[in-house]
Unconditional design. Structure first.
Length: 185
């Protein structure tokens, strides 16, 4: 299992639209996912220990960010052939089990992950209300195990700043996680 870090934030990069099926039977695009003050696009999956370690914190932060006008969507782009835990049926199961408060969608072709330059799970892209990238960093100091409960909430604080000012912090710490599981060519 390869661990990778995300690249530094390319401030102002425009979000790329998509049309992906959600675990709830609906289809989602940028317009359906965005909030009044911005959008958090997360590349996550079911099997990754880095995602599992922070799943409860992601849910907490997303619920709180909604109060600031930030919409959220989670995209699963892994190839489930080698990682059956990431199958669409298991996406449905996990979303129900953990009561995801955000759309969880499948990028079966992996085209959206490639378009965004996603490299790992979790990979967070925080956009302002003009859908310009303002954050590409970690959720917090967690790795394969959750960090202490009182740790700084990097993603949450950055996205609150984005909601209030339209701009993210200049200093950002990359997210780290399992590599995206690309389909064999």
């Amino acid at each position: 299992m390869a661990s990778l870090e995300t690249p530094v934030c390319d401030f102002g990069w425009k979000a790329i639209d998509f049309d992906l099926p959600g675990v709830d039977g609906k289809r989602y695009n940028l317009a359906a996912a965005r909030g009044e003050k911005g959008l958090l696009v997360m590349f996550i999956c079911n099997h990754c220990p880095y995602v599992k370690a922070i799943r409860d914190r992601i849910i907490r932060d997303v619920k709180e960010l909604a109060q600031y006008g930030i919409g959220t969507i989670a995209i699963m782009s892994n190839d489930p052939m080698d990682y059956p835990e990431d199958s669409f049926d298991n996406m449905i199961r996990i979303a129900k089990e953990f009561e995801y408060p955000f759309p969880y969608v499948w990028d079966e072709s992996q085209d959206i992950a490639k378009a965004y330059g996603a490299v790992c799970t979790p990979d967070f892209f925080g956009f302002n209300n003009n859908l310009e990238l303002q954050y590409r960093g970690r959720l917090d100091a967690s790795r394969k195990e959750a960090a202490p409960v009182d740790v700084r909430r990097d993603l949450f604080e950055a996205m609150v700043q984005v909601a209030q000012t339209g701009q993210g912090p200049q200093d950002q710490i990359p997210s780290i996680g399992c590599s995206i599981k690309w389909r064999a060519a």
